[in-house]
Design a protein around this ligand. Structure first.
Ligand code: SF4
Length: 361
């Protein structure tokens, strides 16, 4: 096939469906029902996260929040606890907010039109299309990362998928490839083909059902597509995190503001200003005297837009008669000998684990 030849969309679709009948993933827990709520939760969890990682989180989440009402009625704190470890926490906040909106605006029933679904927080066109395709077999194209990769390679699409005009072209192609029947199967099939065969690295072109029509493969240019955007190096930011430790070994956790990184999760006191005097800071902010400070090994954590270097500082307190800080919605004394039940970012868990070999003085 040359660039000017009209691609046979029907042939592509038939091949993808046949392949899926033989090799696709079938027994995923959210496949069992056509419940739009469960499909929605799975689709949100699968954004940025691999299926194998998602499955135990999904099962736990659905066990605790089996329907829209139970999610809407829950405290955000509890929702975040069940999301902790999956990352990209705005997804959990949006799910919770959207569940409340569905209760208020749609009587607790998941909306059925693309526009209504897309108006909910955290749901873009592709996710909305996938939810409606899976739950109602409605015909909507999808364009998640897997589909972008397949179509970019199959049609040798110039330009990075993040660019608006490339995106527009990919949506047109996605629509042309979407069949009129077996929509749910096709939607799962194209996702699976991207995840299992047209993989980011080492795609299995020799086993690919659409290899005969794939332009990138024919031109021996699979590695070139999707065209990559020029990446700027991620800036490095730094901060200090304090492990304020009482004489009984408990450490202070504080709740992060809802907006910003790790919004709404429990964390450690964080100092962004490198000049700030720790002893002074603890006295003024927490009313706590510090006996000694001890630098622990710094850790790095990558966010989508920057890298954060965290210098953990262990601050031991002398035995105190009275403390200004008590457990409440903002602060919590935690015994690091026991597992943490609340939502904590993975980086903070790593820092707390550094305490293990450092005995209380
Ligand atoms: S032939 Fe290779 S590059 Fe083309 S769609 Fe199949 S797996 Fe992807």
């Amino acid at each position: 096939m040359t660039d000017n030849t009209l691609p046979d969309f029907q042939d592509f679709t038939t091949r993808v469906l046949d392949w899926h009948d033989r090799h696709g993933r079938r027994n995923l827990p959210w496949h069992a029902q056509k419940d739009p709520y469960r499909i929605w939760v799975s689709e949100i969890m699968l954004q940025q996260t691999r299926v194998e990682t998602v499955i135990p989180f999904y099962q736990d989440f659905i066990c605790r929040f089996p329907n829209i009402d139970s999610l809407a009625e829950a405290d955000l704190d509890e929702v975040m606890t069940h999301w902790a470890g999956l990352g990209y926490y705005s997804r959990a906040r949006n799910l919770h907010q959207a569940a409340r909106r569905i209760c208020e605006e749609h009587g607790g029933h998941f909306p059925q039109t693309l526009d209504e679904v897309m108006s909910l927080p955290g749901i873009g066109r592709s996710t909305a299309g996938a939810i409606l395709a899976f739950s109602r077999n409605d015909r909507h194209p999808i364009l998640d990362a897997n589909v972008k990769r397949i179509l970019s390679r199959y049609h040798a699409v110039d330009g990075p998928p993040e660019k608006q005009d490339t995106q527009k072209r990919l949506w047109i192609l996605a629509d042309q490839h979407t069949p009129e029947v077996r929509i749910a199967e096709y939607t799962q099939a194209i996702m699976d083909l991207g995840a299992l065969t047209c993989r980011v690295r080492n795609p299995l072109c020799k086993e690919c059902p659409v290899a005969s029509g794939c332009l990138a493969y024919a031109q021996d240019q699979v590695a070139v597509f999707p065209v990559r955007k020029q990446k700027k190096p991620r800036p490095l930011k730094s901060c200090r995190m304090l492990l304020l430790r009482r004489s009984d070994g408990f450490i202070l956790l504080c709740k992060r503001p809802v907006k910003g990184i790790w919004g709404g999760l429990w964390s450690l006191p964080q100092l962004d200003d490198p000049e700030l005097d720790i002893i002074q800071y603890c006295k003024e902010i927490f009313g706590i005297e510090i006996l000694s400070t001890h630098d622990l090994t710094p850790i790095r954590h990558g966010f989508s837009h920057y890298e954060l270097e965290i210098a953990p500082i262990l601050c031991d307190m002398p035995p105190q008669k009275a403390l200004r800080l008590f457990d409440d919605h903002e602060y919590l004394w935690h015994d690091p000998k026991y597992p943490i039940a609340m939502g904590l970012p993975a980086a903070v868990k790593r820092i707390i684990a550094l305490l293990d070999p450092v005995a209380v003085p």
